[in-house]
Design a binder for this molecule. Structure first.
Ligand code: NDP
Ligand code: GDR
Length: 378
């Protein structure tokens, strides 16, 4: 039985990867931060009581900023594979917490590599680093491949640049099997609520149910190469199963604007949106409602009427420096790993919107029963 250690196991990718590795017969250890409330919603279905006789999934308290704790966990677990997914992963928040981001996302990877080396596991343990398309930043060329130069545009991306190169350096200096997956944006119903796709699918569901009036967004023209997290975690695993350690771009090869993602999400609910106006005055207005579709989804049509503006721009969501266009070239992953994404964007949008509609219907039910379901910190 192979043993894996996943840092960031409570996050979107960590949850899917843990499930995937357990199905493959791995013993999975996960690093989880201590928090004042439970933070394991995404992996609760995998939880195993430690008192049970035979378990193959175990959580350990830890933090990427604490080397002694990382050394101890790696010593205890002796992993064959480490997937370093832990990070302060929100680009905009990294402008507000640059030092912490550098520490957790940049030096965090160094701590893991050093722990493996200190423990003499450098020829046993394979390490995956969650690198990112944010490394490309200011557009140098499209589509972006393994040979495209980096130009990071946020404290998050600069921290990830350090992690990228320290991974390459430890591979070259110590012969470690350490690799970067340069993953483009990937989403799912488990995506954090403040990333733009999930913010949109949640809001579309809430607006359709009459629980929210308007969705406020930042840069609607940003273009992203969006894939499904389930496809991308499989690529992480493949990267660690090769003869030689190498770095790979993982992407769909198709890019879409935030504006079009909004249109697609509302269309899933029978609501057609058109955009008008410029810059901060741009608005997304309902131009048509398919009332048959709305009713088939169990929605109340009285909440929706043409002419209603449901999307507005709020400059608060603009970033000091933006990444305008991401479009990946996954040719190397296709040829060498045999990896191709199974999901296309319309399916992803559909899955996310309907998952959020189900969630929000529960919210609506609670609200009608007199419970306060407001999210104060959105
Ligand atoms: P999430 O934000 O959903 O998950 C991040 C995870 O890291 C959470 O489990 C979080 O814990 C944990 N974490 C944060 N800070 C620390 C810390 N200091 N010590 C230990 N754990 C910590 O991210 P995703 O699952 O979407 O992404 C996984 C990784 O891939 C990240 O490194 C991200 O930067 C990178 N990436 C993501 C892409 C994407 O599109 N999703 C694309 C390219 C790269 P908690 O639950 O307690 O907050
Ligand atoms: P990103 O994802 O920054 O690409 O990082 P995010 O979904 O936050 O933003 C994508 C684009 O949408 C624009 N945008 C908004 N973004 C957010 N969050 N909220 C808004 O209201 C909004 N309006 C417009 C952004 O400006 C941006 O251009 C994600 C993270 O998962 C990183 O960890 C990962 O490395 C990269 O993807 C690849």
């Amino acid at each position: 039985m192979k043993t894996a250690l996943i840092t960031g196991v409570t996050g979107q990718d960590g949850a899917y990867l843990a499930e995937f590795l357990l199905k493959k017969g791995y013993f999975v250890h996960g690093l989880k931060r201590r928090s004042s409330m439970f933070n394991t919603d995404r992996i609760d279905h995998l939880y195993q009581d430690r008192h049970e006789h035979k378990i193959n999934f175990k959580l350990h308290f830890g933090d990427m900023t604490d080397s002694t704790n990382l050394i101890r966990i790696i010593q205890e677990t002796q992993p064959d594979e480490i997937y370093n997914l832990a990070a302060m992963s929100h680009v905009q928040v990294s402008f507000e917490m640059p030092e912490y981001t550098a520490n957790a996302d940049g030096i965090g990877m160094l701590r893991l590599l050093e722990a493996v080396r200190i423990l003499g596991l450098q020829h046993k343990t394979r390490i995956y680093q969650a690198s990112t398309s944010e490394l490309y930043g200011l557009v140098q060329a499209v589509p972006q491949s393994e040979s495209t130069p980096f130009y990071p545009r946020s404290p998050y991306a600069v921290a990830k640049l350090y992690a990228y190169w320290i991974t390459v350096n430890y591979r070259e200096a110590y012969g470690m099997y350490a690799c970067n997956g340069i993953l483009f944006n990937h989403e799912s119903p488990l995506r954090g609520e403040t990333f733009v796709t999930r913010k949109i699918t949640r809001a579309a569901a809430k607006i359709a149910l009459g629980l929210q009036r308007c969705l406020y967004l930042g840069n609607l023209s940003a273009q992203r190469d969006w894939g499904h997290a389930k496809d991308y975690i499989e690529a992480m695993w493949l990267i660690l199963q090769q003869q030689q350690p190498e770095d790979y771009v993982i992407a769909t090869g198709i890019t879409t604007t935030v504006r079009d993602f909004v249109r697609m999400a509302f269309a899933e609910l029978g609501i057609e949106i058109e955009f008008s106006g410029k810059d901060q005055h741009e608005r997304g207005v309902i131009i048509d409602v398919d009332y048959d579709q709305v009713q088939a989804l169990g929605l109340n049509p009285k909440h929706l009427h043409p002419g209603q503006d449901v999307v507005r721009v709020d400059a608060r969501y603009f970033r000091p420096t933006e990444v305008d266009l991401l479009l990946g070239d996954p040719s190397k992953a296709k040829t060498q790993l045999g990896w191709t994404p199974k999901y296309e964007l319309p399916e992803l949008v559909k899955e996310m919107v309907h998952a959020d509609l189900t969630l929000m219907k529960k919210d609506e039910h609670l609200k009608s029963g007199g419970f306060n379901t407001l999210n104060y910190f959105e």
